[in-house]
Design a protein around this ligand. Structure first.
Ligand SMILES: Nc1nc2c(ncn2[C@@H]2O[C@H](COP(=O)(O)OP(=O)(O)OP(=O)(O)O)[C@@H](O)[C@H]2O)c(=O)[nH]1
Ligand SMILES: [Mg+2]
Length: 146
């Protein structure tokens, strides 16, 4: 089975989202390195925030069916460079996390994500409330099984 790789800023909610995709609700710990779990690759947020790691992310993406760009709905900035999606040789999709958050602004999150991902699907999720998790899981399963 192919894999999908989650990328996004420190604290964007990647690991919590992965737990939610596996039906787990406990707290995620800080991701320190690439973590392979079943059909998902988790990455440390530092890899998306620091251009020094971009080559490593792109190299790892070659073994995936898709890269998921994760944007925190409660953040007012985007940590991906413009057009970042084009650097990856595989399908790229977007996920907005924490839509339950009191400071969530979904339109802003989509606008920020669109700078890195001009086209392509965007899923709206909350690991806390589980909104959007099942739909995302179904789509990702479809992608890894293609
Ligand atoms: N309100 C809310 N908070 C969330 C949600 N998902 C994650 N968080 C919080 O966001 C913080 C960071 O979550 P992580 O999943 O560790 O973030 P990460 O992207 O894996 O971070 P790194 O491993 O540092 O790259 C934690 O305090 C989570 O509790 C959500 O759906 N809603
Ligand atoms: Mg993490």
């Amino acid at each position: 089975m192919k894999k999908v790789m989650m990328i996004g800023a420190v604290g964007a909610g990647k690991s919590t989202l992965i737990k939610a995709l596996f039906g787990e609700s406990e707290r995620a710990t800080k991701t320190q390195s690439l973590i392979y779990r079943d059909w998902i690759i988790d990455t440390p947020g530092e890899y998306s925030e620091n251009p020094m790691y971009y080559r490593s992310l792109i190299a790892t993406s070659h073994e995936t069916a898709a890269v998921v760009l994760v944007q925190d709905a409660a953040r007012n900035r985007n940590y991906f460079p413009p057009g970042f999606e084009q650097g990856f040789p595989v399908l790229t999709i977007g996920v907005v996390t924490k839509i339950d958050h009191p400071k969530a602004d979904i339109d802003r999150a989509i606008t920020l994500l669109r700078q890195a991902l001009p086209e392509g699907e965007i899923f709206l999720t909350s690991a806390a409330s589980t909104v959007g998790i099942q739909r995302l899981k179904e789509r990702l399963m479809e992608i890894v099984q293609e």
